[in-house]
Ligand binder design. Sequence first.
Ligand code: NAD
Length: 255
Amino acid sequence: MAAPARLKSTLALVTGGGSGIGRAVCQRLAQEGASVAVVDLSIDSANDTLRRLARDAPGQDHVALAADVSRSESVRALMEQIQSRFLAPPRVAVNSAGITRDEFLLRLSEEAFDSVLNVNLKGTFLITQAVAQSIVTSGQDGGSIINMGSIVGKVGNLGQGNYAASKAGVEGLTKTAAKELAKFGICCNTILPGFIATPMTEKVPQKVLDKFAGMIPLGRLGRPEDVADVCAFLATEDSKYITGASIEVTGGLFL
Ligand code: NAD
């Protein structure tokens, strides 16, 4: 049975939409009736997602756009392209763009620290601010901003000091945004995925994957669709009284 179209006539912007969780989010929101702006550093990946949306959700106005979320001029150009195409701000924004540069603290370079913070935290800030500004400027309140944190931001992980710091930062940023933007009817929430099988985790050795799977009470690694389902909930009116929340999607890992 088809899912109810809870996001009909809604424009959703998804960063990192060309891969993994971001791609699954684009597909899930489109299934809910949204028009999706698929944003990625790689236009080829974004176009690949766009082709899937055109196949699965034809008749809706989707677009693929290249942007580097860590650069303010790129984010500005992105928002101008969206405004001129849709003549309206996105009402849903999902910050899924993210990178890892794993290294133990004693060897972690300043460059690897900065690059992860720049994409994961500064990128989330720039998009959150730009989308909120576009909603406020439109004079029509209301929206949902969903940021991808990580369970690693809460519990840490060997070799991921930069990543953990960036994701803890995303949670603090999102809780502050929730407080500041509530008066404009904009809800801001963080999703904390656990271990989700995507291109990001492809490099992880099978031995480690098996170890994690064995630690997960629900007995399996997560799938991008597990996160996308929660995203769809946070994007719709079904979650209208939830803001500033951090929702763990971990199968119970680290409970
Ligand atoms: P992924 O590598 O499959 O996808 C990330 C996407 O972000 C890629 O398409 C990449 O091109 C894009 N991207 C990277 N830098 C960018 C930039 N500067 N500007 C725009 N786009 C950029 O990763 P994923 O597993 O789908 O992860 C998605 C999000 O979920 C990330 O924020 C990640 O930290 C978070 N997360 C993932 C897991 C997991 O286990 N996979 C767990 C917790 C949190």
